[in-house]
Design a binder for this molecule. Structure first.
Ligand SMILES: [Zn+2]
Length: 344
C-alpha cells in the first residue's frame, strides 16, 4: 500500500483547465454556465486527481476546481450575505479585493461543498484531503455591515465551518484542512480567539485536522510584503506554540525558497508537519534533489512518519504544465529522501 514515511500532499489548489476558466489568473470567472459548468467542474476534478496520482502524490485533493476563490465562494453560499453588494476591502493589510457584504445573521442553510467532497471520495482510491477557509481568514475577506465585531463574526463562522466539516468528514475524507493565511498577520487576534475558533471549527471531526499558514501566492502585493519582512521571517514563532498546544493534528507551512528559519518547526513538537518544499511564486520547476534537500533539513526536527512534503501554498495561478512538473518533483524528491532513510 502507500508510504508510511514522508507522505506527499499539496496545500490545496491546482490550475484549472482553460475551458473552465481563464488560465494564469486568480479568481478568474467561469467560462461555462448551468449544467455545463457543473459537468465541467467534475471533469476538472477528475483531471486534477489524475495529475496528482500520475505524479505520485500520496494524499490528494480536488485541486479546488469547483471554487472561484478559496474564501469568498464559501461565504457566498451563506445566509446573511448580500450577493448583489460588493465592497472593496483591504485584505490582510496588503491588497484590495472586491468582497461580499454581511448584512444580517450568518447561517448555513444548506451544505456548501459536501457533494464535492463525496465526489472527490468516489473518484480516487488515494487518501483525500479537503480544504476549507479558516474562520479568521473568512472574517478578513468580507465587509461586515452587521456584527461589526471581528471576534463575534469569527465565532459565528467557526460554528458554521464545524457544521460543514462534520458532513465532509462523514463523506469519508481523510484530512480536513483549514486555510488561515490571516494567522501570519493578526497575531493578537490569533492569540486572543483565533486558535480557539479554529479548534471550534475542527471539533469532533472523524478525520485528521490541519491548518495551512503561508505567505501567499506570487502576486506583487505579497512579494512586496515579503521584501519588507527582512532577512528572517519569524511570524511562525508567534503562532506555532499556540498551535502546538491546540487539538489541531497537522500544520502546513511555507519553507522552500522562503526566509523562514527551519528550526521554528521544532515549536510544533508532536504535530504532523506539512513542509512546503515547492515554491508557488516561480515558474521554475524544482529539481527532485532540491526538494530532497528541503526535506533533509526538516528531518532534523520532525520524525519521517510525521513529516509530509507539501507545496508552500496553492498552485492555482500557475500554468498547468508548470504545476504538473512541480507535483512530479515533489514526489520524486520525497522518494530520494525515503531511500536515504532506509539506507541509514
Ligand atoms: Zn497558502
Amino acid at each position: 500500500m502507500g508510504h508510511t514515511k514522508l507522505q506527499t500532499t499539496i496545500a490545496g489548489s491546482l490550475p484549472k483547465p482553460a475551458w473552465l476558466s481563464e488560465p494564469l489568473k486568480l479568481w478568474a470567472p467561469w467560462r461555462l454556465e448551468g449544467e455545463a459548468l457543473d459537468e465541467g467542474k467534475r471533469d476538472a476534478v477528475r483531471l486534477a486527481l489524475r495529475d496528482q496520482e500520475t505524479a505520485g502524490i500520496d494524499i490528494v485533493s480536488d485541486g479546488e476546481q469547483t471554487r472561484r476563490h478559496f474564501v469568498t465562494t464559501f461565504i457566498e453560499h451563506l445566509e446573511g450575505v448580500d450577493l448583489r453588494q460588493r465592497k472593496t476591502m483591504r485584505i490582510r493589510d496588503r491588497y484590495d479585493a472586491e468582497v461580499p457584504v454581511v448584512t444580517g445573521p450568518v447561517l448555513r442553510k444548506n451544505p456548501v461543498y459536501v457533494n464535492d467532497a463525496r465526489f472527490l471520495r468516489s473518484e480516487t482510491a488515494c487518501q483525500v484531503k479537503f480544504t476549507l477557509p479558516g474562520p479568521l481568514t473568512m472574517v478578513d475577506t468580507l465587509f461586515d455591515d452587521y456584527y461589526r465585531s471581528r471576534e463575534k463574526l469569527t465565532w459565528e463562522f467557526a460554528k458554521i465551518l464545524n457544521q460543514e466539516a462534520r458532513e465532509i468528514a462523514a463523506a469519508g475524507v481523510d484530512v480536513i484542512q483549514f486555510d488561515e493565511p490571516a494567522f501570519n498577520v493578526f497575531f493578537d487576534e490569533v492569540r486572543d480567539f483565533g486558535v480557539q475558533a479554529l479548534e471550534r471549527a475542527a471539533e469532533g471531526l472523524a478525520c485528521k485536522t490541519a491548518v495551512h499558514i503561508c505567505y501567499g501566492y506570487g502576486i506583487k502585493q505579497n512579494t512586496d510584503w515579503k521584501e519588507a519582512l527582512g532577512s528572517e521571517w519569524r511570524q511562525y514563532e508567534k503562532t506555532f506554540p499556540l498551535l502546538q498546544a491546540s487539538k489541531i493534528d497537522q500544520v502546513s507551512l511555507e519553507c522552500h525558497n522562503s526566509k523562514v528559519p527551519i528550526a521554528l518547526i521544532e515549536l510544533l513538537k508532536g504535530k504532523d508537519v506539512l513542509v512546503g518544499a515547492i515554491d508557488v511564486t516561480t515558474n521554475q520547476i524544482e529539481t527532485p534533489e532540491e526538494v530532497a534537500a528541503t526535506i533533509r533539513k526538516a528531518l532534523a526536527f520532525v520524525a519521517p512518519e510525521k513529516l509530509y512534503p507539501c507545496t508552500n501554498c496553492g498552485m492555482v495561478p500557475l500554468a498547468r504544465g508548470v504545476a504538473l512538473g512541480k507535483l512530479k518533483a515533489l514526489a520524486a524528491g520525497a522518494a530520494i529522501a525515503r531511500r536515504e532513510l532506509q539506507e541509514s
